[in-house]
Design a protein around this ligand. Structure first.
Ligand SMILES: O=C(O)CCC(=O)C(=O)O
Ligand SMILES: [Fe+2]
Length: 247
């Protein structure tokens, strides 16, 4: 089971906040946390902008604080599934900051992944262990596109525990801070490899692509399990025939 609570800056949260009565102090500490996550993001945005030859505030202006979404994700282990949080994916935003306490494992990344492999077949995964105070920063598809593919988005997954010796089986809490672009910003890399799109167009297309990929993956899994069912049914039918033959 996976449960998540989403927080945003500004008016988007009016009427959606957990009330002060039910969780005293939560609003204040959540806002403080988001402000800090935003300022870490802006420092990174400045570095990436400089690296690409853009003005220092190029990405910062395109990520007005009324747009980013911080998503707090609570996941409990699904022991019979290879995937836990949402399967293999790259985020579609500019940068994602990941926060979690040391201990609960699961996050794995695939650095330098060759895009030629289909989804995660044959990929090599690296486990990420968090030390106290660590923040993991994943590059998203938006930065990949905005850098003319110079910075590759990070494929990652949260894997279900399979090894009692090394894996964590308890409830898993993590916070992802997604830096999503303003709807009206103009997105194009310095080399103009891709046509210019607005933040709204980029996000809409990324969502469409992700949902199509998810649908294709589900269909592929359904087809694979149909083959397994058919094979095991064949096996059952072969049993009595063999018994009859030997009887
Ligand atoms: O829970 C995590 O560590 C990662 C979550 C994630 O990849 C996502 O929400 O996009
Ligand atoms: Fe992610």
């Amino acid at each position: 089971m996976k449960e998540s609570y989403q927080l945003q800056f500004g008016d988007n949260m009016v009427d959606k906040r957990i009330s002060e009565d039910s969780l005293p102090g939560f609003k204040r500490s959540a806002q403080e946390f988001m402000g800090k996550a935003q300022s870490v993001s802006e420092k990174l945005m400045l570095c990436f902008a400089r690296g690409l030859g853009f003005p220092d505030d190029h990405f910062i202006r395109a990520h007005d604080v009324s747009h980013p979404v911080a998503q707090s994700v609570l996941t409990a282990p699904v022991q019979d599934s290879y995937y836990r949080a949402g399967g293999t994916h790259a985020d579609w935003d500019l940068l994602t900051l990941l926060f979690q306490r040391p201990g609960p494992s699961g996050l794995e990344i695939c650095p330098g992944r060759e895009v030629v492999t289909s989804f995660d077949m044959g990929d090599t995964w690296t486990k990420i262990d968090f030390a106290p105070g660590d923040i993991v920063c994943n590059i998203g598809d938006l930065l990949m596109s905005w850098s003319d593919d110079r910075f590759k988005s990070t494929f990652h997954r949260v894997k279900a525990p399979t090894d009692p010796e090394t894996d964590y089986y308890g409830p898993r809490y993590s916070i992802a801070f997604f830096n999503q672009p303003c709807t009206d910003c103009a997105i194009q890399g310095p080399l103009k490899k891709y046509p210019m799109v607005t933040g709204e167009e980029f996000t809409r297309k990324a969502m469409e692509r992700n949902f199509a990929a998810l649908k294709a993956k589900k269909e592929q899994l359904a087809a694979a399990s149909a083959v397994v069912r058919a094979t095991s049914t064949d096996g059952l039918q072969a049993g009595p025939v063999a018994v009859e033959a030997t009887a």
